[in-house]
Design a protein around this ligand. Structure first.
Ligand code: SAH
Length: 336
């Protein structure tokens, strides 16, 4: 039995056609789920009993649960318990332009980035689409407000759970779904090249961010095992093709690790790597965790200024909640 909140509008239309019903029923179901927030199928009063019974046979509307909440200044961190007892987390951030949520895409992660808490714990399984959709619904219910933007930058590698993530994007982006504008949705990947290519063919105006974190293979090999499969030249080539095809600017994420990737020379090398590309660099102050030895760079400003002087757009990511287990996967790792 599938969860009804895993179904895109197209999936539901196909479903209704397959049981000999009109496809506009899909729209009615979406309105119950996402407008009225009604999860008891028996209450779908504009759908006749016979079809409601059929829906009840084929689908459930089970929900994950908020297990714990930590609150900081302009930030809330949620630990969710999934139906099988696994834990994931999401973060709500308050920007001037509205509320933004960072969701998880997997239970754990197999990418094994050396500085990352989620990678330390390995992937248990992919998240189902409904488990991503429900992170947002539960947060909206909790704050009694709509979420403006969504970043898929929590636990997990979204392109290692591609189909479920794309369906999630379709549901939250749909006008009758959670209606989050496509330009307000960002997917962040460590650089899985074939999926970047697939993503560029998607007819959705969603933003892409690449976790590059190093200006050359020597450094990237040391901190990101994925680089041994798709090295920097392959990943940059894929991003160039993506930009050519979609005409969209890509965010390059660069986590600032003390004495690892943060020298002025590293900044110059990064600038020449990115020269001429429609990108901007988001420098991430490293969130230190007890379990891992990396330290936050003390040269972030210098690094940024070097990029700017070389004509590369760069910003330093605003920090949210360093007081509250903010590093990716930290809240979950206390539980497992
Ligand atoms: N797997 C995806 C998305 C999840 S991680 C990706 O790699 O992009 C989101 C971002 O946070 C990535 O850029 C990741 O490298 C970075 N990150 C991981 N641990 C961090 C930490 N402790 N402090 C700061 N950034 C971290």
């Amino acid at each position: 039995m599938r969860n009804l909140l895993s179904m895109t509008m197209e999936n539901l239309e196909e479903y209704f056609l397959s049981i000999g019903e009109k496809k506009f029923k899909a729209s009615q179901v979406f309105e119950w789920l996402y407008k009225h927030r009604e999860y008891n199928i028996d209450n779908y009063s504009n759908i006749k009993k016979e079809i409601r019974d059929r829906l009840n046979e084929d689908f459930n509307t089970d929900f994950i649960k908020i297990k714990k909440k930590e609150e900081g200044v302009e930030v809330k961190k949620y630990l969710f318990e999934l139906l099988d007892g696994n834990y994931i987390e999401a973060v709500l951030m308050e920007h001037d332009y509205g509320k933004s949520v960072c969701v998880s895409s997997e239970v754990g992660c197999n990418m094994g980035c050396k500085f990352c808490e989620s990678g330390r714990l390995k992937k248990v399984r992919d998240l189902e689409t409904y488990e991503m959709v429900e992170q947002i619904i539960l947060i909206e219910n909790d704050i009694k407000e709509k979420v403006q933007s969504v970043v898929i930058m929590g636990i997990g590698e979204p392109f290692d759970n591609y189909d479920n993530v794309i369906n999630f994007i379709k549901i939250i982006n749909h006008a009758k779904g959670l209606a989050v504008g496509s330009r307000h949705i960002t997917v962040s990947t460590c650089g899985i090249v074939p999926k970047i290519e697939e993503f560029s063919n998607l007819p959705l105006q969603v933003n892409l961010a690449l976790s590059l974190h190093a200006p050359n293979d020597e450094i990237r090999n040391k901190i990101m095992p994925i680089n041994k499969v798709y090295n920097i030249s392959k990943v940059i080539e894929a991003i160039k093709k993506y930009i050519a095809k979609t005409n969209r600017r890509v965010t390059i994420e660069y986590v600032m690790l003390n004495m690892v990737n943060d020298s002025v020379d590293n900044a110059k090398e990064l600038a020449s790597l990115l020269r001429g590309m429609n990108v901007y660099v988001n420098l991430i102050p490293y969130n230190e965790t007890n379990n891992i030895d990396f330290r936050r760079s003390t040269r972030i400003k210098e690094f940024k200024d070097t990029l700017l002087k070389s004509g590369i757009n760069a910003t330093v990511r605003r920090e949210f909640g360093s007081g509250i287990s903010a590093a990716c996967g930290q809240l979950r790792s206390k539980e497992v």
